[in-house]
Design a binder for this molecule. Structure first.
Ligand code: NAI
Ligand code: MG
Length: 503
């Protein structure tokens, strides 16, 4: 019997620590204090595993945003953070990473309750990843330097020139709901290392861990006003942050649609901007693979985090000689990925984040069916409460279908056959997106050849979604602007000043 039919999806009891976090009164973290909103509006917090409302957060007003920006502006301008010796900033940042690790279990549980991701996944990936971003960037705090430069057209004995690397200023950082704590830390860490101050807005669906992070930011000793955390909607609070004249840089992760809107909205004030946007990442499986290893790997590439991953391997291209075996191997993972409540210790995949996302993903699956795609696996939800969708494989698709062209952001992969390399590279690149891609092969030279031809910011070989804070990450084409992580991620928070002196 299929195991899926016997799963009890009732959400488990929350821990005392989680109940306490859910029970706090809705407030904002501005200028080092917990403050009430000027408006009094709130947003419901839902547990997508049950569909129940479990808490409330502030819906920040324009006044709240202005107050947070003013706090960040003052904290930047008076130099309380950027002029602190790097050794002290590094120490405080490492203390924050320590505190995240000390509260790992609670943070993983809150993430599971808020996003619907399995607590085990949040504990293995999101929380340690968040701490790692902070530690890596803490190390940079003391390694940001300009250089002395010998002029080319001016006499060297008369002129002395050097560059200074300075923090870009006040940052507005807006993150989505798929990896809330991880993305929050990915955003604040390089800003802090560079000496910037920031206003961070988590997604309205998933603000719980960002609010707990604010407690830890205070406890770590980050001075008041350096990091401000406000909750609220994108089109109101987010929009005000983006357009605010006292903000110097916008860093956004989210949909391509909103990324384009934000890019237009920063134009009037010509802010610095980095955008990490959507994807429709191809995964190419060559004829020489060991299917027993590859099938679970390419399944994880799409089903991890219920497919709500910007780099999800959502377009599979398997060589015709292995196609049937690969998709059969993927279908054999159905029980492993069967969605369960996020606090079920056996869960590998949870529900989708929200009713809206559930409707969106089911809408795509239905459109795929109407367009003539065959459902090899899933294609439905288990029913009952919560926003569950079964892991889904669609075959018999063509490049015109919306399921092949658009980012679904759910556990849905479209599987296609290919015959020769040039053809598959062309198909893989036939997309507005260019965030990531995967290649599975034992042939090292084929791997390098394909990697060089794929239009993507990251190419994985024999793995997927391996993201490391030291390695630059970002998109080609409509998947983004700029890079985060690694040295380039720090550079994105710096201005270069050239000083030229006549001797
Ligand atoms: P979204 O892009 O609207 O939201 C992401 C963040 O941007 C949230 O914090 C939101 O409050 C904020 N935001 C929204 N409108 C804004 C505005 N006008 N100005 C400033 N900030 C704004 O994404 P949404 O609506 O939650 O999801 C829709 C689709 O976007 C998903 O189905 C998925 O396809 C895609 N998406 C992609 C992500 C990625 O990492 N590539 C992450 C989240 C969503
Ligand atoms: Mg939206």
């Amino acid at each position: 019997m299929n195991e899926q039919t016997t799963i009890d999806r009732t959400q488990r009891e929350y821990s005392a620590a989680a109940k306490k976090a859910l029970g706090r009164s809705p407030q904002l973290y501005i200028n080092g204090e917990w403050v009430d909103s000027s408006g009094g509006e709130t947003i419901d917090v839902e547990d997508p595993s049950s569909g129940k409302v479990v808490s409330k957060i502030v819906e920040a007003s324009d006044k709240d945003v202005d107050r947070a920006v003013a706090a960040a502006r003052t904290a930047f301008d008076d130099g309380r953070w950027r002029n602190m010796p790097p050794v002290a900033r590094q120490k405080i940042m490492n203390r924050l990473a320590d505190l995240i690790e000390e509260h790992a279990d609670e943070l993983a549980e809150l993430e599971a309750i808020d996003v619907g991701k399995p607590k085990g996944m949040a504990g293995a990936i999101d929380v340690p990843g968040a701490a790692a971003h902070i530690r890596f960037c803490a190390g940079w705090a003391g390694k940001i330097n300009g250089e002395t430069i010998s002029p080319y057209t001016m006499p060297g004995d008369m002129m002395f020139a050097y560059t200074l690397k300075e923090p870009v200023g006040v940052c507005a950082q807006i993150v989505p709901w798929n990896f809330p704590l991880l993305m929050a830390c990915l955003k604040i860490a390089p800003a802090l290392a560079a000496g910037c101050t920031t206003i961070l807005k988590p997604a309205e669906q998933t603000s719980l861990t960002a609010l707990r992070l604010a407690d830890l930011i205070a406890e770590a000793g980050i001075p008041a006003g350096v990091v401000n955390i406000i909750t609220g909607y994108g089109h109101t609070a987010g929009d005000r942050m983006v357009k605010h004249p006292d903000v110097d840089k916008v860093a956004f992760t989210g949909s391509t649609e909103i990324g384009k809107l934000i890019n237009r909205n920063v134009t009037d004030t010509l802010k610095h901007i980095t955008l990490e946007l959507g994807g429709k990442s191809p995964v190419v499986v060559m004829p020489d693979v060991n299917v027993a290893e590859t099938a679970p790997g390419v399944s994880q590439a799409i089903f991890f985090n219920s497919g709500q991953v910007c780099v999800a391997g959502s377009r599979l291209y398997a060589h015709k000689s292995v196609f049937d075996e690969v998709v059969e191997g993927m279908a054999n993972t159905a029980d492993f990925w069967a969605p369960r409540a996020s606090l079920d210790p056996d869960a590998h995949m949870g529900p989708l984040v929200s009713k809206e996302q559930h409707e969106r993903v089911m809408g795509y699956i239905d459109a795929g069916k109407r367009d003539g795609a065959s459902v090899l696996m899933g294609g439905d939800g288990p029913g009952g409460d919560g926003y569950y969708v079964n892991p889904t494989i669609l075959t018999d698709v063509n490049p015109q279908m919306s399921v092949v062209r658009e980012e679904i952001f759910g556990p849905v992969v479209v599987a296609q056959r290919f015959e020769d390399l040039d053809e598959v590279v062309k198909d893989a690149n036939d997309t507005q997106y260019g965030l990531a891609a995967g290649v599975w092969t034992k042939d090292a030279s084929a791997a390098h050849r394909i990697a060089s031809k794929l239009q993507a910011g990251t190419v994985w070989v024999n793995c997927h979604a391996m993201i490391d804070t030291a390695i630059p990450f970002g998109g080609y084409k409509e998947s983004g602007v700029g890079r985060e992580q690694g040295r380039e991620g720090i550079e994105a928070y710096l201005e270069t000043k050239s000083v030229i002196m006549k001797l």
